[in-house]
Design a protein around this ligand. Structure first.
Ligand code: FES
Length: 88
């Protein structure tokens, strides 16, 4: 398990799980907007990564051309402790 600090709250996620970072955080009550339900289209689940390591960008994220330091939480998984913020 790794620790995730998100918008002032602490969570723990399983870095070996196939579930996305977004899904694991939502399972613990984090309020993350997910208009497209994790399809990688809406960008409402976007996060700013202050520190920590995530899985590589998916093709979907590469096509989105997100600003540096931003990821789609529905498309990635944690690889280490994280400090992140929701963009929306
Ligand atoms: S939930 Fe829509 S892009 Fe992540």
């Amino acid at each position: 398990m790794v620790k995730v600090h998100l918008n002032g709250k602490d969570y723990e996620v399983d870095e070996t799980s196939e579930e996305s970072l977004m899904q694991q955080l939502k399972n613990q009550g984090a309020e993350i907007a997910a208009a497209c339900n994790g399809a990688g289209i809406c960008q409402t689940c976007a996060i700013k990564v202050n520190s920590g390591e995530l899985t590589d960008k998916t093709e979907t994220e590469e096509m989105m051309d997100l600003p540096d330091g931003q990821r789609l939480s529905c498309q990635c998984r944690a690889k280490s402790d994280l400090d992140i913020e929701l963009i929306y």
